[in-house]
Structures are given as C-alpha cells and as structure tokens.
Ligand binder design. Sequence first.
Ligand code: PRP
Length: 193
Amino acid sequence: MDGKVLPLAQQENELLQDLERVLYSEEEIARRIQELGRQISEDYRDKQLVLISILKGGIVFLADLMRSITIPHAFDLVGASSYRGGTQSSGKVIITKDVTLDLRDKHLLLVEDILDTGHTLNVVCEVLKIHQPASLDICCLLDKGRERTINVPLKYTGFQIPDEFVVGYGLDFREYYRNLSCIGVLKPEVYSE
Ligand code: PRP
C-alpha cells in the first residue's frame, strides 16, 4: 500500500480484502453512537461536560460521538501509545501529549476506541485525576472480552467484542486501516507476514 494515492472508495476496497470478517458495519456503528449520544446528553444535562479522547485511535469515535451529543460540551485530546506497531500491548504506556484545557471541577468523559489490557485507560485516568475534575468516567466503543489484571470501569460501552485483533474506525495495524468505516477482524496472515 505504501506510496499509492488512490480514491478513498478504492483504498477501502483494498483494505477490506485484508479482513477475515466484518464485526460491525458503518450503519451499525452509527446507530449505536446515536444511542450513546442520547444517553450521554441526558446524563450530563446541566453539567460542564468535557470529552477527552485518546490519540490516535479514539479520534474517529470522538468525531462522531460529539455530533450525536445534543448538550453543550468542550473536548480535548491526550496522546498515549502502547502497541508500537505490534498486535499485543507492550504494557508500557507512553503519554505523548497532555490536555490543554483547564479541567478543574469539570465533568470529564474519556472517549476511547477499545479496552484491551486496560493499561492505556488506567494510565490516562491517573494523568487526568491530577487535573482535579468534578468527575471522571469512560465511554469506550469496544470492550474486548478477556481476563484483565487491571479493573477499568466503563460507564458506557458500544459493543462487547471477542478477543481478536480488530482494525478500522480509528483502530490500526502499523498505522493503516484507521480509515475503514467498518470494524473487522484482521486476517492473521496479514500481521504474521
Ligand atoms: C490502542 C487503542 C487503545 C489501546 C487499548 O492504542 O487505540 O488506546 O491500544 O489497549 P490497552 O487496553 O491494551 O491499553 P495504541 O497504543 O495502539 O495507539 P494508537 O491509538 O495510536 O493506535
């Protein structure tokens, strides 16, 4: 794929060939996000809500979720990385960017693409607590059904998924596949090459 500039639709078709199967289509994701947005708008009415997303995977979800939320709110971004090109967490989370807004006494909702080992959300929560928010909760699109040593409570979950390597809708393998509109399981031969 390196070096080729293709129309988006064609790029998507190429990337789709690397999927073993689609877990959630663009339409299914959109429907679930509308439900989440409605619930969040209700729960945070009259509260100073700030959405915080985690670079890079979380931004596609953030962009859609914030437009499904009908109450006023701000957003900010944290940078964190732990996979560094592989399919398994290194277990060591590096914070690559801090927030820029004043978060003291605000109601923070972390908007994340996937909960896998829990290392990323755990570290980001610790970083955000330093800013003394009024509350801190998590909205995560995908929750991988796996055993975890870290307990990360999710207030809102999009979908429970199997313990397989998924890409699309912000999620990558070696930085590719983030622009797929669906979420799917990557063929093992793609990442074992
Ligand atoms: C991925 C994903 C989550 C995290 C989840 O990020 O976007 O942030 O892993 O895994 P965990 O629960 O095991 O910590 P990654 O480190 O690959 O960075 P990226 O978002 O830039 O792709």
